[in-house]
Write a protein that binds this ligand. Structure first.
Ligand code: 6PG
Length: 483
């Protein structure tokens, strides 16, 4: 271990911002044999890292930005792991002033992709490379292998890719890291990843709620179900940790921990960003939106308190066949999950078209198979589906998923209708099923919407049997004219 930089520029990578994520990534680099320059606004964090983990590899301790930059081999590569927003801009400015053309600044935080587009353009003007890299996997992933989604100039990936790939999770010998595309594409893709994460978590929550409120299971019983599910098609990190969280006991009361946690879900914003962006792009990410709104509703604690005891109109008793209902929930979860991913990939395709990013869905499925929060067995199937047809109009149409939904459809309907009859909320299950029904419908009520729009605003409509736009003279003789 080296804790000074008297030997000059010898670090392959620098990490600034040494809170838990930054420290863990720095240690991951060092453990993979890279010399890592460390920097933090307060030196105490840097020293703590070196004291506790200095033996894990070769670290260079630096105090000032100038010292930090001087410790790096060229082209200099600096990973920023600070809070998204203004703190990121401040650090970028400080670094950019001390760096030289050709150097690379990587933002590994959850930045808003439009900020990344802006920052990349401004640093490009100064001859610097700016890489917005989505990093998923939480604290544990940062240390032992995250999924990394770097955007930015392709040239920078030549100098950066091998470094990032060396610390990323590996699945079947393939690193969970690839160059995503230009400017803000890495952070855009990470944002949608988080949107899918929200949907997945909400769907799991709805499944748990049904076991608790429809079948009367306690947390341990639900944990057993999730453990079993994790051995099948639903195998995923989120299903695995669900069982662990449900099994955890509260030391103070002896109850299941989940029963003493306040039922108000918080959010830092990436789910909300996904939905806002989807609205702008015109992509119906209904599962993700329901998940974001469900968190908001859970957080409306005063309103909810006032509403407890409102009429329920419960029209059914608890399901008589618990085993059948359990299987129904499993199928509903799987099918709704396919919808959430299908919608997320639609948003990625729309973002790619809007910003001219040329994103490759199969590559994204590949790097999400390991390291990240939404890692799951069925990402292999998504990868296969896009490998086979990169222009798939919807993931739902891939033969594998089409068949899976066909198998699940009756169960899915039983779950949504039973929950409705029992008065148990299933916003994500229900909206995913409605999305599926709308997508496959031959006729939607949108024709009526068009008629109404034409009636009150002369907005015109198209006909099923002729080209062009038409308008009915609603306040005249109601004949039709070509618009
Ligand atoms: C990841 C996670 C990570 C984080 C988010 C979600 O991919 O490692 O998505 O980015 O957990 O901050 O946070 P919220 O639930 O607070 O929005």
């Amino acid at each position: 271990m080296t804790i000074d930089n008297t030997e000059g520029a010898r670090a392959q990578i620098g990490v600034t911002g040494l809170a838990v994520m930054g420290s863990n990534i720095a240690r991951n680099f060092a453990r993979h044999g890279h010399t890592v320059a460390l920097h933090n606004r307060s030196i105490a964090k840097t020293d703590a890292l070196i004291e506790e983990h200095g033996s894990e590899g070769d670290f260079v301790r630096t105090e000032t930005i100038e010292e930090f930059v001087a410790a790096l081999q060229k082209p200099r590569r600096v990973l920023i792991m600070v809070k998204a927003g203004d703190p990121t801009d401040a650090v970028i400015e400080e670094l950019a002033s001390a760096m030289e053309p050709g150097d690379i600044i990587i933002d590994g935080g959850n930045a808003l992709y439009t900020d990344t587009i802006r920052r990349e353009a401004s640093l490009r003007d100064r001859g610097l490379h700016f890489v917005g890299a989505g990093i998923s996997g939480g604290e544990e992933g940062a240390l032992n292998g995250p999924s990394i989604m770097p955007g930015g100039p392709k040239e920078s990936y030549q100098a950066l890719g091998p470094l990032l790939e060396s610390i990323a999770a590996q699945v079947d010998g393939t690193p969970c890291c690839t160059h995503i595309g230009p400017d803000g594409s890495g952070h855009f893709v990470k944002m949608v990843h988080n949107g899918i994460e929200y949907a997945d978590m909400q769907l799991i929550g709805e499944a748990y709620n049904l076991f608790r409120d429809a079948l009367g299971y306690d947390a341990d019983q639900v944990a057993d179900v999730f453990t079993e599910w994790n051995a099948g098609d639903l195998e995923s990190y989120l299903v695995e940790i669900t069982a662990e969280v449900l099994r955890q006991k509260d030391a103070k009361t002896g109850k299941a921990l989940v029963d003493v946690i306040v039922d108000a879900a918080e959010q830092k914003g990436t789910g909300r960003w996904t939905v806002k962006s989807a609205l702008d792009l015109g992509v119906p990410v209904t599962g993700i939106a329901e998940a974001v709104f469900a968190r908001a509703l859970s957080g409306a604690r005063e309103q909810r308190k006032a509403a407890v005891g409102l009429a329920s109109g419960r029209l059914a008793d608890k399901p008589a066949d618990a085993a059948q209902f359990t299987e129904d929930i499993r199928q509903a979860l799987y099918a709704s999950k396919v919808v959430a991913y299908a919608q997320g990939f639609d948003q990625i395709a729309a973002g790619s078209a809007e910003y001219d990013w040329d994103l490759h869905p199969a590559d994204l499925a590949t790097i999400w198979r390991g390291g990240c929060i939404i890692r799951a067995r069925f990402l292999n199937r998504i990868k296969d589906a896009y490998d086979e047809n990169p222009k798939l109009p919807s993931l739902i149409l891939a033969p594998y998923f089409r068949d899976a939904i066909e198998t699940a459809i009756d169960s899915w309907r039983r779950v949504v209708s039973t929950a409705t009859l029992l008065g148990i909320p299933v916003p994500a299950f229900a909206s995913s099923l409605s999305y599926y029904d709308a997508l496959r419908a031959e006729r939607l009520p949108a024709a009526l919407t068009q008629g109404q729009r034409d009636f009150f605003g002369a907005h015109t409509y198209e006909r099923v049997d002729a080209e062009g736009k038409f308008h009915t003279l609603w306040s005249g003789d109601r004949s039709e004219v070509q618009a």
